[in-house]
Structure formats: structure tokens, C-alpha cells
Write a protein that binds this ligand. Structure first.
Ligand code: ADP
Ligand code: MG
Length: 238
């Protein structure tokens, strides 16, 4: 799995924190890691982007981003408003493929959810994943509403012939409500793919050394961690 595309059921679901955890677990397993933020929106030139945040939390990764647009909008819209060139899916795929020749693992983080548009032609992260023939990891929120957005995302991946590697819960609450607890079992059902981890709420605020030490315990063996989905489901079941 040299390239793994990381999308989410929406924005602010924990894609960046999850990308950092996957990177940290891979580093701990002795692998070299690159992180590619396809298009960074909503930050100025002097601010830290998602790729920088992954490097801060996870440690020595190659961090790259293809474009940066100031408005916090979908990349295609933000590029148009800024009068800047958009990022096309083939550019994302080419950059990821190049990084894959130099690293054991390349993590490609999208912007927002799967069908957020990158260019005027309607190109998306799904198109980049198709060009790369790469599996896709879906980061989902824990609570009410996540079953619908997760199933929609899984169905779109399936319709495009893309492999859904699994689902990671981006932020698992310290005191999960009924919906969150029921979702542990239902998420893998609606996704038709395994649950591959759950990051505790507050993980992104941990000191980086603590984050790196704990990350493997949040992720399943497929992501080089030690997290046990079945034990988690039983423990959190209502
Ligand atoms: N497990 C978590 N622990 C701490 N903060 C989190 C966690 N998941 C998400 N967040 C916070 O929620 C916000 C969105 O997370 P982020 O990973 O940037 O989402 P996305 O990349 O999907 O937009 C950020 O402010 C981040 O710090
Ligand atoms: Mg992000």
C-alpha cells in the first residue's frame, strides 16, 4: 500500500489528525513517510497548513502541498477567486506517484469530503485516487449523521471502482452518546469495510511525543497499529 488517499465524510472530521496518526504509526514501524496535501485552502502563506501539522505531530515525514489558496473554500472555488491556477487530479496523482518512488508510504489528504471540486472541470480527489489506483481511507465523525455521509462516500467509491480501505473515527468522545456508541457497529455495516481505528478526542492537542507514542494504539494492524476493532465495539456497545 505505497499510496493511501485520505478523505472524510466532511470537513473538520479529523482527516489531518488521522493522517498524522497513520504517519506516526508507520514511522514507528520503521517506514519512510510522505504526506501530500493536495490543495490547502484557508491559510495564508505564513501560516501552517495541514501537511505542516502532520509533520509537527507525527515527526520526520516529507510534507508537501501542491497549492495554497487564502479563502476557506473548496479548492476549485478558492483558486478561481484568487485568480490562481487550480490543482488538477492528474497533478495530485503525479506528485503522489513521484513521492512513492522515494518513500515507503505516501498519504494524500484531500480537502473536505470526497467530491469537493478541485478545478473548473469538476475534478476531485476521487479522480486522483482512480489515476493512482490507490485505496481510500474514510475519516468519519462519531455521532449522529455519520452513517449517512459514510454510506454515501462508500457508495461513491464503489461506483467508481475504488477500494475503500476502511473507516477511522476521527474524534472519539470521552463520554460518547448513544448514537456514537451504536455507530461503532453500524459504521462498518454501512461502509461495507472495516473500522480501522478511533482517535480519542483531544489527540491533536497532545504533545507530539505523547501523540507519537499513543498513535499505534488508535489504529488497526492494517494501518500498522495495535487497535482491536472487536474489543472496542464490545467495550463501547450501549
Ligand atoms: N481526535 C482529535 N483530537 C483533537 N482534536 C481533534 C481531533 N479530531 C479533530 N480535532 C480538531 O478538530 C478540528 C478538525 O480536525 P482536522 O483533523 O483538522 O479535520 P479535517 O482535516 O478533517 O478538516 C481541528 O481543530 C482539530 O484540532
Ligand atoms: Mg485537514
Amino acid at each position: 500500500m505505497p499510496v493511501l488517499v485520505i478523505t472524510g465524510t466532511g470537513t473538520e472530521v479529523g482527516k489531518t489528525v488521522t493522517t498524522a496518526a497513520v504517519a506516526a504509526a508507520a514511522l514507528a514501524a520503521g517506514r519512510s513517510v510522505a504526506v501530500l496535501k493536495a490543495a490547502q485552502t484557508g491559510v495564508r502563506a505564513d501560516e501552517r497548513g495541514d501537511a505542516d501539522e502532520v509533520a509537527r505531530l507525527a515527526g520526520p515525514v516529507t510534507a508537501a502541498e501542491l497549492a495554497r489558496y487564502p479563502d476557506p473554500l473548496a479548492p476549485g472555488t478558492a483558486a478561481r477567486r484568487a485568480g490562481m491556477a487550480p490543482v488538477h487530479p492528474h497533478e495530485v496523482a503525479e506528485a503522489a506517484a513521484k513521492l512513492a518512488t522515494e518513500h515507503d508510504l505516501v498519504l494524500v489528504e484531500g480537502a473536505g469530503g470526497l467530491l469537493v471540486r478541485f478545478d473548473a472541470a469538476g475534478g476531485t480527489l476521487a479522480d486522483a485516487a482512480r489515476l493512482l489506483n490507490a485505496p481510500v481511507l474514510v475519516v468519519a465523525s462519531a455521532g449522529l449523521g455519520t452513517l449517512n455521509t459514510t454510506e454515501l462516500t462508500a457508495r461513491e467509491l464503489g461506483a467508481r471502482g475504488l477500494e475503500l480501505a476502511g473507516v477511522v473515527i476521527g474524534s472519539w468522545p470521552g463520554a460518547p452518546d448513544l448514537a456514537s456508541r451504536c455507530n461503532v457497529a453500524d459504521l462498518q455495516e454501512v461502509a461495507g469495510a472495516p473500522l480501522l481505528g478511533a482517535l480519542p478526542a483531544g489527540a491533536g492537542a497532545l504533545p507530539p511525543t505523547d501523540f507519537r507514542a499513543a498513535a499505534p494504539a488508535w489504529l488497526a494492524p492494517r494501518l500498522e497499529g495495535t487497535w482491536d476493532a472487536e474489543a472496542f465495539r464490545i467495550r463501547e456497545a450501549p
